[in-house]
Ligand binder design. Structure first.
Ligand code: FEO
Length: 168
């Protein structure tokens, strides 16, 4: 059985993951409206992955005999100055999420809840990947600067990204 403290913290993390999903869906909408379907596709897949993260916590709370309590999802920004701006925001946000996951690990350790610690290991690894991916896009977009052909080429490349659900 989860402690009440950990149950509350995991419920708060569901909200944070859903906020992330909403943020990336907003980025997808922004780029779709700007005529950049590749960036829109890439962020739509991010949105789906964040929903998967939320569901991983959702299912885990239930598996451990806890109760999921969904809270309102806060407003997200609606536009970005450029793809670089969006990826810089992405990295900033993923760093915040990494901090939240680290705090959850500290709490699980305090509560001697080894099962939760084991679940969180997956998220620790995922955050390393999330931050590295955002950083690589920032590096590429800094090289591209305002070069229209560079943005067009990257947009084409991002149209090829396909979604695959995370392993349970
Ligand atoms: Fe759910 Fe992007 O971390």
């Amino acid at each position: 059985m989860l402690s009440k403290k950990l149950e509350d913290a995991l419920n708060a993390q569901i909200n944070a993951e859903l906020w992330s999903a909403y943020l990336y869906l907003s980025m997808s909408a922004h780029f779709a409206a700007e005529g950049k379907p590749g960036f829109a596709n890439w962020f739509e897949i991010q949105f789906k992955e964040e929903q998967d993260h939320a569901m991983k916590f959702f299912k885990y709370i239930i598996e451990r005999g806890g109760k999921v309590e969904l809270k309102p999802v806060a407003e997200v920004p609606l536009s970005w100055k450029s793809p670089l701006d969006a990826f810089e925001d992405t990295l900033k946000h993923e760093k915040v999420v990494t901090g939240l996951i680290n705090d959850l690990v500290s709490l699980a350790k305090e509560e001697k809840d080894y099962a939760t610690e084991s679940l969180l290991k997956w998220f620790i690894d995922e955050q390393v990947e999330e931050e590295a991916t955002a950083t690589s896009f920032i590096d590429a977009l800094k090289l591209i600067k305002d070069n229209g052909f560079g943005i067009y080429t990257l947009d084409k490349e991002l149209q090829g990204r396909a979604y695959s659900p995370i392993a349970e």
